[in-house]
Design a binder for this molecule. Structure first.
Ligand SMILES: [Zn+2]
Length: 233
């Protein structure tokens, strides 16, 4: 039983094309998953930015309350100062007023810093929102691309699989099992051209006897890599 080099070349072409299409089918969902992971990360960053802004705002509100109660304390102390019964009491109130005013001044500085910080955090939150929106848009685009191309690729795969069944009919029945085995283990690499007495799959020299068998259209497997060999055009 023999098989023409043209039939084997055609078989190889179909296998390579199928492998390429299956690879593209797998790559699509991978790209989508990568973008989904990116969106999840951007969502986490946004949540973190919002949380920081909220916490900073809470701390700022508390300081503003403290400042107001400190100011009230100074007012109250000044009333007491005016009603002081002794010089010693008067001095004590003066010291308390000075301490309360000092605390108020420190708080005012901290509040100013806090307001600046809030501005920065709001800007960071807006940036995170923008990044998330862009990430979601990319994800949508990737999903649409994958969906629209997957249908075309699947149709091509189905057609090639039908072509493969036809092309495999050229193989001698007694060697079909050997061919099936090598296809199972090597896929698109199950065939290789024997160019100038060298297997182009593994680069090893093949014997003269094998070269003669190839010329006689016999089915020849490379002894070192196991690929099914064929003569190039
Ligand atoms: Zn080889």
């Amino acid at each position: 039983m023999s098989v023409t080099a043209a039939a084997l070349r055609e078989l190889h072409r179909i296998h390579q094309r199928l492998a390429d299409l299956r690879d593209r089918l797998e790559r699509g969902p991978k790209q989508v998953r990568a973008r989904e992971a990116n969106v999840a990360q951007l969502e986490a960053k946004l949540a973190e930015a919002r949380d920081r802004a909220k916490q900073t705002q809470v701390a700022l509100d508390r300081k503003q309350l403290d400042l107001r109660s400190g100011e009230q304390k100074v007012v109250d102390l000044k009333v007491k100062l005016n009603g002081a019964n002794s010089n010693r009491e008067y001095q004590a109130f003066l010291e308390q007023i000075a301490a309360a005013e000092m605390a108020g001044s420190v708080l005012s500085d901290e509040i100013l810093e806090g307001l600046e910080k809030i501005d920065q955090l709001h800007a960071a939150t807006m940036e995170a929102e923008k990044n998330l929106a862009a990430g979601k848009q990319e994800l949508d685009k990737a999903r649409q691309n994958v969906e629209s191309s997957a249908a075309t690729i699947r149709a091509d795969v189905a057609q090639l699989e039908a072509e493969l069944i036809q092309a495999e009919k050229a193989l001698p029945a007694d060697l079909k099992a050997d061919y099936d085995r090598v296809v199972r283990s090597k896929g698109a690499d199950s065939l290789a051209a024997a160019d100038d007495g060298v297997c182009t799959g593994c680069g090893q020299q093949i014997t003269l006897n094998m070269q003669n068998e190839l010329k006689l259209s016999k089915l020849v497997f490379c002894k070192s890599c196991g690929r099914l060999l064929y003569l190039p055009e």
